[in-house]
Design a protein around this ligand. Structure first.
Ligand SMILES: Nc1nc2c(ncn2[C@@H]2O[C@H](COP(=O)(O)OP(=O)(O)OP(=O)(O)O)[C@@H](O)[C@H]2O)c(=O)[nH]1
Ligand SMILES: [Mg+2]
Length: 441
């Protein structure tokens, strides 16, 4: 996410922090770097100008130049300005479970609307305990309805559609009538991708809005399209006065321009981000956390949330108990790997840890392929071998390496690491080690 921008800003911040004293020239130089980094990230030039002027004004002010750690102060100012740029705390999405809530999604073709419908249904069902239904108001592509139905099936959420009907108001009308009779609290309307310059299609979606009277309208924008997304958002907003944005495909190598410009241009904030193709790849957007990520300061809160969602607490306790009793086996190890994998690609996860910024990451090469290798080796073991690895002799090692498409050295290494890990666990959980541990209270 925003790798290049993050790398550049991280460098500027590092230089600033390293300086004991700051002259006006130091600050001006840093501002020039920031300006270039933002322009290169495809942030709207007017926004860049305002941003840099504001930071510079505050940074050259008395309180910074005279402070003990002027570099740190400037970093703080940049951080605060980034938060202001993306702030969405004034826009609250509050769904009620004692009434019918309606959400409508709009946007350009292929921006991720249909996928986002499913992601939102999943999100609000979990978060607010609401029963959702998806409504197919894209009648232009026959495959669109099918796509929504497939997603609905995956989630066990009903999908309302009518392949015979071309009038989306009629589809919406029937859908609302049906839903009112059922015990359902959330309707999510998928619409066709449309161009802001296509007057007929824009009229159609406006009519749909006036008919449905949705509580919230989300404009779905593909982050990879940068400034274009911002310009289109402006047009959609003028017609529909949407609530906010879902910025998709932030898992790709998007430069970040859209995320940083959209609020200032449309006065509508980003509310959610899409970070992958899976239904669970949706995150609520927090300006402060995103600012920290962009500046390479990590994002512990999102990491903890991800972990809470992916890791089964009961399972974790069982593991801890096994570690204590030194009964930890390869079967347990495999199940832990599965849980870690649920968190997402490792390099993305690591970046959320403070200090694990771009520069640090360059030297750390933890690849998902490594985990896959370990998994393959464990899967090639018999159940007995997983439970009692000390029976894995030479010929078994050869068999395992062949079965997993790895080398005997790989197998040896894993067995050795596993033994070391067990020893360490024993040490850490033994009462003696605990006695010697110094607690901070
Ligand atoms: N990597 C990634 N892919 C995404 C994300 N969101 C959607 N996609 C993919 O983008 C493609 C288009 O997504 P759709 O949900 O069909 O987009 P749409 O806006 O409904 O498209 P139309 O109905 O044709 O206008 C699909 O291949 C999705 O899997 C995301 O956050 N990350
Ligand atoms: Mg679609």
């Amino acid at each position: 996410m925003f790798n290049r921008l993050s790398e550049k800003l991280d460098n500027v911040m590092r230089n600033l922090k390293g300086m004991g004293k700051l002259s006006e020239k130091n600050i001006k130089d840093a501002m020039r770097e920031i300006r270039l980094a933002l322009l290169e990230a495809d942030v709207n030039f007017k926004i860049v100008k305002n941003f840099v002027t504001e930071v510079e004004k505050r940074a050259i002010g008395q309180e910074v130049m005279k402070s003990l750690q002027p570099g740190q102060q400037v970093v703080k100012i940049v951080h605060e300005q980034l938060i202001t740029l993306m702030d969405n705390t004034d826009t609250k999405i509050e769904l009620q479970n004692n009434r019918l809530n309606k959400i409508m999604l709009v946007g350009l073709q292929g921006s991720g609307k249909t996928t986002a419908c499913a992601k939102l249904a999943n999100h609000f069902r979990k978060k607010n305990n609401l029963k959702p239904v998806l409504v197919a108001c894209d009648v232009y592509r026959p495959a669109a309805i099918h796509q929504l139905e497939v997603l609905g099936k995956q989630l066990s959420v009903p999908v309302i559609s009518d392949t015979e009907e071309k009038n989306i108001i009629k589809i919406a009308d029937k859908a609302i009538e049906w839903t009112k009779k059922e015990n359902i609290q959330l309707m999510i309307f998928d619409t066709a991708g449309r161009l802001h310059i296509d007057k007929d299609m824009m009229d159609e979606v406006k009519k749909l809005k006036d008919f449905i009277k949705p509580d919230y309208i989300f404009f779905v924008a593909d982050a990879m399209t940068g400034q274009d997304a911002v310009n289109v958002a402006k047009e959609f907003n003028e017609l529909l006065d949407f609530t906010g944005l879902i910025l998709t495909k932030l898992d790709g190598d998007s430069r970040g321009g859209a995320a940083l410009s959209i609020k200032a241009v449309t006065n509508k904030p980003v509310l959610f981000i899409g970070t992958g193709e899976k239904i669970s790849d949706l995150e609520s957007f927090y300006a402060d956390r995103m600012a920290s990520r962009i500046l390479g300061m990590g994002d512990v809160l999102s990491l903890v949330e991800k972990a809470q969602e992916a890791i089964n607490e009961e399972e974790a306790e069982k593991m801890a108990e096994k570690m204590k009793k030194n009964q930890f086996t390869f079967t347990d190890f495999l199940s832990q790997l599965q849980q870690i994998k649920k968190l997402g690609p490792l390099d993305q996860i690591l970046k959320m840890i403070p200090g694990m910024n771009q520069a640090a990451m360059k030297n750390v090469k933890i690849e998902d392929s490594q985990i896959k290798k370990v998994e393959a080796i464990i899967r090639s073991m018999t159940i007995k071998e997983r439970e009692k690895p000390n029976i894995i002799n030479g010929s078994r090692r050869i068999r395992i390496s062949k079965g997993s498409g790895t080398t005997v050295q790989d197998v040896n290494r894993l067995l050795k690491q596993f033994e070391d890990m067990k020893k360490m666990m024993k040490k850490m959980t033994s009462s003696k080690a605990l006695k010697n541990m110094k607690l901070p209270f």
